[in-house]
Design a protein around this ligand. Sequence first.
Ligand code: PHE
Ligand code: ZN
Length: 865
Amino acid sequence: MSVQAKRRADYQPPAFSIATVDLHITLHPTQTKVISTLSVTRNGVHDTPLVLDGDNLSLDSISINGTYLSDNEYTVTDSALSVVTELDEFVLEITNTIAPEHNKALEGLYLSGGAYCTQCEAEGFRRITYFMDRPDVLSVYTVTVVADKSVPMLLANGNPVDKGEVDENTHFVKWHDPHPKPCYLFALVAGDFDLLTDSYTTTSGKEVALELYVDKGKKSQGIFALESLKRAMKWDEDVFGLEYDLDIYMIVAVDFFNMGAMENKGLNVFNSKFVLADQKSATDDDFFNVESVIAHEYFHNWTGNRVTCRDWFQLSLKEGLTVFRDQQFSADMTSALSNRIKHVRVMREHQFAEDASAMSHPIRPEEVIEMNNFYTVTVYDKGAEVIRMFHTLLGPDGFRRGMDEYFRRHDGQAVTCDDFISAMQSATDIDLTQFTRWYSQSGTPVISVAHSTEVNDDGIVKHSFTLSQHTPATSDQKEKLPLYIPVNIEIIDDEGKSYTDNESLIKNGMVILKDDSMRFTVEAKTTNLTPVVLGNFSAPAKVENPLGTESLLTIFKHAKDPFNRWDAMQTLYDRCVKQLEESPESGISNEIWNGIKQAIAQEQNNLELLGECLVIPSFETLCQSRSNINVSALSKARKAFCDQFARGLEKELLDIFNSIEQKAYSYTQSAINERRCKNVVLAHLARLPQHEHIVVSQFDSADNMTDTLGALGSAQHCSASTFDSLMAQFEETWNHDPLVLDKWFALHATQNRDDIFATITMLCEHPQFAMSNPNRVRSVIGSFAFYNSEKFHAVDGSGYKFVTDYLLKLDAVNPQVAARIVTPLTQWQGYASEHQVHMKQQLGRLLNHKGLSKDLFEKVSKSLA
Ligand code: PHE
Ligand code: ZN
């Protein structure tokens, strides 16, 4: 396969501009006609031809200023249309045909359960018509959608300006979007939906019509999304002074969607999973996700749409920033601590793993083959962590000044990460030069803490603390430079008293680590001081802090930062698992059990922190503090620790469970905390056969999906017969609702049972399953590959082979989704050699496959390089 990577360094400004785009689209499942009229201007003086991207298009005609071009005036290939002309300004009209019904990649114009729908980011517009498909070409769009009257609702970006009949059976709606935009923000939706309407008045008094389109019969499941939208609109006005800028804001929920949602100007398209929610069918996490994705797409209207990316290497410009904004919003709407923990789990489970693999890349990548492969946890989540560090360094006011300046300079432009940095620089005295390495350097820095003491004659103990940083080489970059790292830090003694350093390097609870290492000293009367490092996860880094059990428990008891307190327990559990990995027969010491019991007693009224502190780190998180992983040994040790945990703390766990009253459902933070804590505890108790009945009784009596699923998830640890019977009941109840069934699919696919492949094969034959629907594929195959660690990593390689067999089929249907699910296979570096051999063997099978997509090719070839 010969595919050419694009490099960030090779950026060239566009040779032409396209001020206006007039699209006339007549919808038909196999013969959609697109007439595109472009007003084109040559940029500067040059004689290069106008080159338009195209993919899977059939060209019908092309004219300039009304005259059809003859064959020698243009050339058309599989991927481009080039036009030779001497004119500096001209109107180009192109007519082409496409077949949405055959579009299974869900990029461009496709059919989702009978409705027409588009997805253009990153490079899908070229599958609709010939165009300069790059984000730095901004145009004003006018779009006429024509369809049979059996398709009643015809939507596109902007405001509706005209509608009417074409003939007895055909109608049209014409839309105009006054804001110049790149083509990746173009959208069209046409179908028959239920419509929820509402309105929002901005601070400056502008009334905005809100419209939410959902599948017929699902109206009541859209209410929460619409309420979330209004909260997001208000928040962006309050916190950033940003108002919405069109008369109408539309959201459409579709069942077939490759990603979460898409911020098309004025017409967001959502995976229905991030819109539909009600008490019966959605968990608290689902509600949370709906609100945060609704907010995310709304916030893009400014960070993404009004100011967009110059090229796709700058993706984090809009995504990192918008994720940070949605995280801040969610923290304000729900709780700062649980939000922070949630995001840190994502970083540790997925982003650190990506950095440790051959896909490692900086938040601003240097080289790309298939752009769809770079919608990554690095660009999004590490990108958001980098924005968060700006926020930490500049403070909320400084950050706001920087944002104001960013919009003042760049509203209406397509810009780079450097432009953002320079706006932030204008709002602070801190020199951000070194900080910008976070944009160019990949890998996870490791912060190591060293502590030594010296007792003086007068009995005063002089403590020296050294913080050092080191970023291990990554596959894309061997040499690493020191980063500019804000490290939240607190030095405490056994009673919880805080100390300041002699050098005053700790300011407002933070030090800046910018060299390879730094040292500061503290004087105290005690030899026992504990450094509490990286409060609130102040930087996307790992910490090596050699603390004993006692110090970890001191942190839990006394540290100011609740994140540090949670993290201390996570470290303690990680140590316990390690002990059982090394000596499986050993028992966890009483010091630890007593410490955990005390922690529980201390936090019995703080169910939020308590619930999170009772979660044992996931297998995936544990992997990040290990190398050469022997999967079965690690899984066994983790399971043994969970079992001992349930037995050792049975009474305490039962007490917590019983102290949380069963109340009628409400979606408030305190009720969410109660359900979360109760279900975490239930999952522990489920390991003890004498408590199986609690699981069953919660399943039977639950009035909401959080508790139903809490019981069902816990039942994974019960006897097979209990699990099977609850799963059968669940299926019977929810057979009609594919989004709920996805949860059921995922629970089956993550079961550690010997007949797992037969089970998955059966799931794939389920009447509600379809390989063409990404949500179904992710819930079965994705869940297996990402979260069924024991069976996916079976030492005979059968799990790897099973997933690969599936990917070979999926790649022909939907390469984007296939390339996402291959991720765990490409992360072989961390595992013991017997795993690596099998993983690479399957990657090799993929690489040798004829007709492999660019998407899979890029990830697989990198991984084997
Ligand atoms: N831009 C979308 C978001 O982050 C994600 C997306 C990318 C959706 C590519 C579809 C295709 O909000
Ligand atoms: Zn986004």
